[in-house]
Write a protein that binds this ligand. Structure first.
Ligand code: ZN
Length: 490
């Protein structure tokens, strides 16, 4: 290809040409969710950013093995080495077996990913399914002298590692600076050094997720699973490791240290990080009251939302920013995306009805090349969308009769949308638009309010008729003390 794919490598801090280790194969590992709660906005961005990469690599005819893990053990509260396991805590609060929590939220994550048209990874390994491999890696790190055991727990020796290698090369942090800015945390006295991190933790008596090992009955440290599962499925050296910028330090920094300590060299050749999402200019957080789950976005059921937003609106909105730029969610911005996306789908519809003429007055020659150039420049999806929008304008002009298009050009235009808009950007037509759903909701509520009025007037013939007719249409109506509740059975 004339313009080969380049993307920004966080490790070297520059845009580099992508040259896979064993073409045509390409290995991609992305840190997946910790499954202890409903998938939220923060999950949508990395999923879509790396879905775009996955789709584009396949379009370029690479044979991609895409591994995205499920964290189901070892991720403790506050991402620290102390505190309760996030999944075990949820299990305790809900009185469930931890793996019930894992299954429930993994299923919900998958439903949301399907709705967002995020393709399934090739392999989706779980941390709890790789305890033996994690123990083997700990043994290797211990053997190489970069870890130590205290009271049944094993910690990574950051200071010793840093003497031989460079701890902090991914994040650009310097250990001495880290040291001066670190306050000693309570209960971390087992560690020789505050920045040491757990490879294996001895489980205390209340800890329910535990496995036997040489050192103690316990559980692996959070960072270990990704070092283990990436190299297990992609090889000791593999092409791309992705994840959100929030994982860069300490998670990915620790991953590098573990791999180097175990095998003497880095496992990853290109590190890629997507930027974060803010909401009305603020970081998303439960304490700020702006924490929005994907389900709430799709249904509009959150106090800061003025309407529901369809999954494709969310996808389009995320793709309208390059993955390394910040992205701010607001109702205005989402409504603008919704309108923009609807113009695309309307144009695709009219494109399929265009009648070609002998000659073209529109110039579509450079469009395909422009789209490739934008993608090859660090997956610049907003620029791709801008070029496709030029095509939308052409379609509208031809449709209005002010321009004409030849059969060859029309065929190429159709291929352009198929390749870039549908296959690579991953957009798809949704059955009912969000506004249709809103109208449906209003109409059903209106009918049920009329039924309540009829009941209040003791006009039971009318009230029963409304209920029976709605039931026949598939609605399930439940009367409540102060009103009603309904759902549409699918
Ligand atoms: Zn990870």
């Amino acid at each position: 290809m004339e313009h080969p794919l380049h993307f920004y490598n966080t490790l070297t801090r520059k845009k580099e040409r992508f040259i896979p280790l064993n073409p045509p194969f390409a290995g991609l590992y992305v840190c997946g969710p910790t499954v202890y709660g409903d998938p939220h906005l923060g999950h949508a961005r990395p999923a879509i950013a790396f879905d775009l990469l996955f789709r584009y690599l396949k379009h370029l005819e690479y044979k991609v093995r895409y591994v995205r893990n499920i964290t189901d053990v070892g991720h403790l509260e506050n991402d620290a080495d102390q505190g309760e396991d996030k999944i075990a805590k949820k299990a305790r609060l809900e009185q469930l077996e931890p793996m019930e929590v894992v299954q429930y939220y993994t299923d919900r994550y998958h439903v949301c990913m399907d709705l967002l048209n995020v393709e399934k990874p090739s392999i989706e390994p779980r941390a709890s399914g790789h305890i033996i491999e994690q123990q083997q890696m700990i043994e290797q790190i211990l053997k190489n002298g970069f870890a130590y055991e205290v009271n049944g727990s094993v910690y990574f020796d950051v200071e010793k590692y840093n003497k031989k290698y460079n701890y902090g090369k991914l994040s650009g942090r310097v250990l001495d600076d880290l040291m001066t800015n670190t306050r000693e945390l309570d209960g971390q006295d087992e560690k020789r050094f505050p920045y040491d991190f757990a490879l294996w933790k001895k489980a205390n008596s209340e800890h329910i997720m535990r496995w036997p090992s040489h050192w103690s009955e316990g559980f692996p440290g959070w960072h270990l699973e990704c070092s283990v599962m990436s190299t297990k499925y992609l090889g000791k050296k593999f092409d791309i490791h992705g994840g959100g910028m929030d994982l860069l330090f300490p998670h990915h920094e620790c991953e590098i240290a573990q791999s180097v300590a175990a095998q003497g060299e880095d496992a990853v050749r290109y590190w890629m990080h997507n930027n974060m999402i803010t909401i009305n200019g603020q970081k998303m957080g439960k304490s700020l009251g702006n924490f929005i789950t994907l389900q709430e976005l799709f249904t509009g059921a959150h106090k800061i939302l003025t309407q529901a937003y369809s999954p494709m609106t969310i996808r389009f909105f995320i793709l309208q920013a390059q993955y390394r730029s910040t992205l701010d969610f607001s109702n205005d911005a989402l409504q603008a995306s919704e309108k923009g996306m609807q113009r695309f789908f309307a144009a695709v519809k009219s494109m399929n009805n265009l009648v070609p003429k002998e000659t073209s007055t529109v110039d579509i020659k450079s469009l395909r090349n422009n789209c490739y150039e934008a993608l090859n420049d660090d997956l610049n999806s907003p620029v791709v969308i801008a070029h496709l929008f030029d095509a939308v304008k052409m379609i509208n002009s031809v449709s209005a009769g002010s321009e004409s298009i030849s059969k060859n050009d029309l065929d190429e235009l159709k291929r352009l949308f198929r390749d870039f808009f549908f296959d690579i950007l991953g957009m798809k037509e949704e059955n009912a638009s969000a506004s249709d759903n809103e109208i449906l909701k209003d109409v059903v509520n209106l009918m049920l309010n009329l039924r309540m009025e009829a009941k209040a007037k003791k006009d039971f013939v009318t009230s029963d008729k409304i209920r029976d007719e709605l039931t026949k249409l598939g609605f399930e109506i439940r009367d409540k003390k102060d009103g009603f509740d309904w759902t549409l059975k699918s």
